[in-house]
Design a protein around this ligand. Structure first.
Ligand SMILES: CC(C)(COP(=O)(O)OP(=O)(O)OC[C@H]1O[C@@H](n2cnc3c(N)ncnc32)[C@H](O)[C@@H]1OP(=O)(O)O)[C@@H](O)C(=O)NCCC(=O)NCCS
Length: 326
């Protein structure tokens, strides 16, 4: 059976690190509150010269190098992002051009923080159908650009970063075993950016009203996220005949340590089998699962044959999970 095997992983975090102590100078908060309620200690923030595609290209180049592939071998590029360089053309278009992936078609997928799972699922379907041989899946965000640094409920969470995987057709049993995608638009008001689209195009009033920044009902997001996370993880395991105990590593979306811990408890997994890096990266949206996957790989926490569960949730709401045999 042909599967989409992950043959290269890459990640990129902007150089500038923003600490909790620095945020405490901007809004009424403390390092202690942020660490206790979110687990986040610091996060990376892009500088003025960096747009989302710049971060994406760095992660993609590393993933291609590790896969021993040149950009001209890429057939298709999927970029998950909530913070594109421009409304159009797509960020994937910029990535395709900057990489020199001359043969590749490209598309953006906007599934907020589930952009990693959505892009992985789309990429793996193209491989499994036989349409493409090499697909680059990327999650990249500059969430700092839609962060209101006067709103303590969101500015302590959101961050910038990029991660990428190269998928290639393989017959050796390794690859994406399954991926489930979900959405429910009734929750849209829990997490959204009001202005800048066709509903509220940019005007002096939308700018003055700070409507180009992400708005969030944190408490509501928290409750729904814990339930969705747990449900989709349990569903994909059960349908594929696995139990949580079969997992070698769980790589969850890094939004909040307490959400991860609650989901892990529901799954009945020991924390040693969970990759957590939210303390150093914050919530990097569609990049987060790929950034965490790259860290797991670089630390030698993944070996051939390992069973991995990836899961994410985000604004929309969107959520999803993928099972990967390494
Ligand atoms: C945002 C979040 C950290 C807030 O934590 P919480 O424990 O739910 O806190 P609450 O929202 O209930 O607020 C409790 C109090 O802390 C305050 N507070 C909020 N942010 C604060 C901050 N950064 N520093 C200090 N106090 C803060 C609130 O104003 C509130 O004060 P009040 O009781 O005087 O009204 C938490 O709800 C969360 O992480 N939610 C999920 C968000 C998420 O994952 N989003 C991305 C999805 S992809």
């Amino acid at each position: 059976m042909t599967r989409a095997k992950i043959v290269g992983v890459g990640a990129y975090a902007p150089k500038h690190i923003l600490t909790n102590a620095e945020l405490a100078k901007l809004v009424e908060t403390t390092d202690e509150w942020i660490v206790q309620r979110t687990g986040i200690r610091e996060r990376h923030v892009a500088d003025d010269s960096e747009a989302t595609s710049d971060l994406a290209v760095r992660a993609a180049q590393q993933a291609l190098e590790r896969a021993n592939l040149g950009p001209e071998e890429v057939d298709f590029i999927v970029v998950g992002t909530t913070t594109p360089d421009m409304v159009f053309p797509t960020t994937a278009n910029f990535v395709q051009h900057k990489l020199g992936a001359r043969r590749a078609g490209s598309v953006d997928v906007l599934a907020a923080c589930t952009g990693s799972i959505y892009s992985l699922s789309i990429g793996s379907q193209y491989i499994q159908s036989g349409k493409y041989r090499t697909v680059l899946c990327i999650g990249a965000e500059t969430l700092s650009r839609i962060t209101d640094f006067t709103d303590r409920g969101t500015c302590v969470l959101l961050a910038d970063g990029a991660g990428a995987v190269v998928l290639q057709a393989a017959e050796d049993g390794a690859g994406v075993l399954d991926a489930d995608l979900y959405s429910d638009g009734k929750y849209w008001e829990y997490l959204y950016q009001p202005a800048g689209g066709s509903r509220h195009p940019a005007t002096a009033e939308t700018v003055a009203g700070r409507l180009h920044y992400a708005k969030m009902k944190g408490n509501e997001v928290f409750k729904v996220a814990v339930r969705m996370f747990g449900d989709c993880a349990a569903t994909i395991l059960e349908r594929n005949g696995f139990r949580a105990a079969d997992l070698d590593l769980f790589i969850p979306h890094q939004a909040n340590l307490r959400i991860i811990e609650a989901a892990v408890k529901r799954l009945g997994l020991p924390m040693e089998r969970v990759l957590v890096n939210v303390d150093r990266y914050g919530n990097t949206g569609a990049a987060s699962v790929y950034v965490a996957l790259e860290e797991a790989w670089a630390l030698g926490r993944i070996a051939p044959g390992d069973l991995l569960l990836l899961a994410a949730f985000g604004g929309g709401f969107t959520w999803g999970a993928a099972l990967v045999r390494w």
